[in-house]
Ligand binder design. Structure first.
Ligand code: B1M
Length: 212
């Protein structure tokens, strides 16, 4: 069994060509896709985050690692998606205002799409007004928000408040997630669900919509 050491090291270093080649090697060897993501890629980003916190690396290196991970995820995307004919529900997704982190959100998007949900992805730095405007337009079943910075988390209750003001809070389920977000925080701000990772986001979304 692979320990994804070479892949992780390449992501940490931001060595795109090695990381992409290693990802392809793992795919060809039949490694479990979720393990490639969790043990090869996400664990590497945790090391990157830790080194950034300690001042060992800086934003450009963090960006290079992010780009490396994104290139690897591109190869994995088709493997995450089963073909489903009918939609399980509409999800409006975005990273909240002031926040530019999108790798986790994109994984959530891919896994949900793979599980049969129809995703409208608003991208990053999405203001409460933008969430509301799009929600009024497409009438989603779920409004899903991602935040990676503790400073941008308050945009989540602000978005819920904006949905309330627009009179559509009770027509949608609100799901939140992202590294600094917790179950307790979800309860505190009256979100309907919290998911810790992309896999559980799918399970929680199904539960919210009463799909087994
Ligand atoms: Co930034 N960054 N970053 N960063 N960055 C973190 C988040 C940080 C923890 C690093 C650290 O200090 N240890 C720290 C935040 C501290 C905090 O507030 N708690 C931080 C900081 C401080 C910053 C800047 C302020 C740095 C600066 O400029 N001084 C700056 C802010 C920019 C901004 O957003 N306005 C910044 C910038 C960046 C880059 C642009 C360089 C780059 C992002 C590139 C991109 O996303 N396109 C970047 C990166 C790469 C990171 C780390 C290293 C990796 C994030 C990542 O992609 N992880 C990160 C450290 C870390 O997380 N270990 C860090 C992999 C990804 C798959 O995991 O996003 O957690 P994650 O997603 C998970 C779950 O959280 C969950 O599912 C995913 C996995 O299955 N999930 C959901 C996510 N969203 C969900 C939504 C759901 C459900 C589940 O439902 C809706």
């Amino acid at each position: 069994m692979s320990d994804f050491k070479v892949l992780s090291e390449a992501v940490i270093k931001g060595d795109i060509s090695t990381a992409v080649a290693e990802t392809q090697k793992e795919i060809d060897a039949g490694s479990d896709v979720q393990s490639i993501i969790d043990d090869g890629l996400i664990s590497a980003m945790d090391v990157v985050g830790e080194r950034f916190s300690k001042g060992i690396i800086f934003v450009p290196q963090m960006l290079r690692s992010a780009k490396t991970m994104q290139e690897c995820v591109k190869l994995l995307k088709p493997l995450l998606q089963e073909t489903e004919v009918t939609t399980k529900g509409k999800v409006l997704l975005g990273t909240v205002k002031g926040d530019l982190h999108d790798i986790g959100k994109n994984l959530v998007s891919m896994m949900m799409e793979g599980a049969g949900f129809t995703i409208t992805d608003l991208g990053v730095d999405v203001s409460p007004e933008k969430f509301v405007q799009k929600a009024q337009e497409i009438e989603p079943d779920i409004v899903a928000m991602s935040a990676l910075l503790s400073t941008t988390m308050p945009s989540m209750p602000q978005t819920i408040e904006a949905l309330k003001k627009a009179g559509i809070r009770d027509k949608v389920q609100v799901m939140i997630g992202g590294a600094p977000v917790t179950e307790n925080y979800a309860r505190e701000i009256n979100a309907d669900a919290y998911a810790s990772d992309a896999g559980s986001a799918v399970l929680k979304a199904k539960k919210l919509l009463g799909i087994s």
